[in-house]
Design a binder for this molecule. Structure first.
Ligand SMILES: N[C@@H](CCC(=O)N[C@@H](CS)C(=O)NCC(=O)O)C(=O)O
Length: 222
């Protein structure tokens, strides 16, 4: 008997699902996965019957319901406290950038939706100043975290892939899909995230999804 369920959407596109799934897997929760393919209109009826806000990821664990990615990350970190850095200054930084990710980077997220099947193909029309500002800020976050806290390994806070890395993994995916080339330290970080076994597993499972789940609103971005 498992301890509950994690509801996620189409792996190819659902960036928030990837964050929640990484958090749950990193924390080692024993929950079954329920994947609901995302509907074309962004209002998937089957998700609305399960999740209070009608969105994925949604977690039920030992009778406790959790929705919204950041809340889900915090819940998972209560189960596995090492997923946030132990040092108070590093932990404050990690939580700040995770919150910044949750609330921000809208220009980038709108113009470059996650599509794990798209590889290194820049936007045909180029980027806008708003997108460039998001890219610059993300590059600065990754570079600063790596320099200040991450010297002991390949991830933002060192050797362990933690919650802040989980929050930024879909951004790494977008940069790789849309041929975004940040600074050299940021590119090294992107390679480490993409190579992490859980991220590799997500990509492999996304590649196995039925072609019928693909949507032109994500595939036809020139
Ligand atoms: N603020 C939410 C955003 C979640 C979200 O927007 N999820 C999308 C999929 S990536 C969703 O469920 N959309 C509803 C749908 O496509 O039916 C969170 O942090 O979890």
């Amino acid at each position: 008997m498992r301890d509950g369920m994690l509801v996620i959407g189409t792996r190819r596109y659902s960036s928030w699902s990837l964050r929640g799934w990484l958090a749950v897997r990193l924390a080692g929760l024993d929950v079954r996965e329920q994947l609901i393919p995302l509907a074309d209109n962004g209002q998937t009826a089957a998700i609305a019957t399960l999740s209070p806000n009608g969105k994925v990821p949604y977690l039920e664990h030992n009778g406790i319901a959790v929705w919204e990615s950041l809340a889900l990350c915090e819940y998972c970190a209560e189960q596995a406290p090492g997923l946030w850095p132990a040092d108070a200054r590093a932990r404050a930084y990690a939580r700040s950038i995770a919150s910044e990710m949750h609330a921000g980077f809208r220009a980038l997220r709108q113009a470059m939706p996650m599509n794990t099947g798209r590889d290194n193909r820049p936007l045909a029309g180029g980027t806008t100043p708003d997108i460039d500002a998001d890219i610059t800020r993300i590059d600065a976050i990754w570079t600063e975290a790596r320099l200040d806290f991450g010297k002991g390994g390949d991830f933002l806070f060192g050797a362990e892939f933690g919650m802040a890395d989980a929050m930024f993994a879909p951004i790494v995916s977008r940069f790789l899909s849309y041929g975004v080339s940040p600074s050299a330290p940021a590119q090294a970080y992107m390679a480490a995230v993409r190579a992490h076994p859980l991220v590799a597993q997500w990509y492999a499972q996304a590649a196995d999804e039925p072609v019928a789940w693909q949507q032109s609103r994500f595939e036809d971005i020139a």
